[in-house]
Ligand binder design. Structure first.
Ligand code: HEM
Ligand code: ISQ
Length: 151
């Protein structure tokens, strides 16, 4: 697995942009997920009982930030070690949370697409295909680890 320094910096650079406005990007991320897969709404506790995506919901913001952050950390590990290592406790926890909420493999594609659209939105002119590919690779490794734990 060759993940270049350039790819790592593209992910880091865009993560920094997203981090600056989590209320906006977490909402955007979620809106994209529901646009691609409306049925996903029922899986999220903070969405189930509301008509629309709640603005400024602390859980939504915190979770979305974690997804961005973990993908960015995966990129750093890929560059440094050539693989993504997640602690056993974190993996077990994430595996069980996702299983319990009815997440299945094809959903990971939905979240990937929504994640890419959100990075693209944040980066505007600075977005490039290379940047998208770098996020895709990092996300793929992270998602594979969670999926394997869910088996
Ligand atoms: C919860 C990360 C993929 C649906 C969470 C949490 C994290 C997370 C950090 C919060 C756990 C907690 O602290 O309680 C990730 C990462 C993913 C991923 C890193 C991919 C690499 C997915 C996918 C779906 C999904 C594909 C399906 C649409 C959920 C749901 C919850 C959750 C339903 C529970 C939210 C709640 O009601 O509290 N995820 N997730 N996740 N995730 Fe994911
Ligand atoms: C949890 N898992 C995957 C994607 C998410 C997006 C927003 C909030 C929480 C999430």
């Amino acid at each position: 697995m060759d993940f270049t320094e350039k790819e790592e910096s593209l992910v880091k650079e865009s993560y920094e942009v997203l981090k600056k406005d989590m209320p906006f990007y977490s909402l955007h991320f979620f809106t994209q997920i529901l646009e691609i897969a409306p049925a996903a709404k029922a899986m999220f506790s903070f969405l189930r009982d509301s008509e629309e995506i709640p603005q400024n919901n602390p859980k939504l913001k915190a979770h979305a930030l974690k997804v961005f952050k973990m993908t960015c950390e995966a990129a750093i590990q890929l560059k440094e070690k050539g693989e993504v290592i997640i602690s056993e406790t974190t993996l077990q926890y994430l595996g069980s949370v996702h299983l319990r909420n009815g997440v299945i493999d094809p959903h990971f594609e939905v979240v990937k697409e929504a994640l890419l659209r959100t990075v693209k939105e944040g980066m505007g002119e600075k977005w490039s295909e290379e940047m998208g590919n770098a996020w895709t690779k990092a996300y793929h490794h992270l998602a594979s680890a969670i999926k394997a734990e869910m088996k």
